[in-house]
Design a binder for this molecule. Structure first.
Ligand code: HEM
Length: 112
């Protein structure tokens, strides 16, 4: 289970890097693929987050703070919704809010 948990944390960190990369791509270069990078990374982040919680609970790996997880879940869901809207009709403001919310979630993960 430890290796599975580590693999999920690894993917969770890649998802985080992808969201920030998509956000910066859209803001700095207006690259046409940026909205896809942002959305797919936010989905990866959302799914790996849920799986991390599942594995941690099943294997009793770590004591999770459920309020913190709920906050992260809501913020991550907002990032996914913004990602979908941004893919349908790309807009800098949507990318900015998605990027800022992802950074907020990093703060929640690290400081809570
Ligand atoms: C934009 C969305 C997200 C971002 C930016 C994010 C960021 C992070 C970061 C930076 C860490 C490492 C922190 C640490 O180990 O101290 C982490 C760990 C974790 N995240 Fe997320 N996360 C997001 C979404 C989610 C979601 C939706 C869930 C679950 C519903 C989740 C559950 C977890 C769990 C269980 C850990 C491991 C915590 C631990 O082992 O102490 N994350 N996340």
């Amino acid at each position: 289970m430890d290796i599975l948990y580590s693999a999920l944390v690894f993917l969770h960190m890649l998802g985080l890097a992808g969201i920030i990369a998509g956000f910066l791509m859209q803001l700095m270069t207006d690259n046409a693929k940026a909205p896809k990078v942002l959305l797919h990374s936010s989905l990866l982040q959302f799914v790996t987050g849920l799986l991390l919680v599942g594995v941690a609970e099943m294997a009793d790996l770590s004591e999770l703070d459920h309020v913190k997880i709920a906050v992260k879940l809501v913020v991550a869901l907002a990032v996914v919704v913004l990602g979908v809207l941004n893919l349908r009709k790309p807009a800098r403001n949507l990318a900015i809010v998605a990027g800022v919310l992802a950074v907020v979630n990093i703060g929640v993960a690290v400081f809570w």
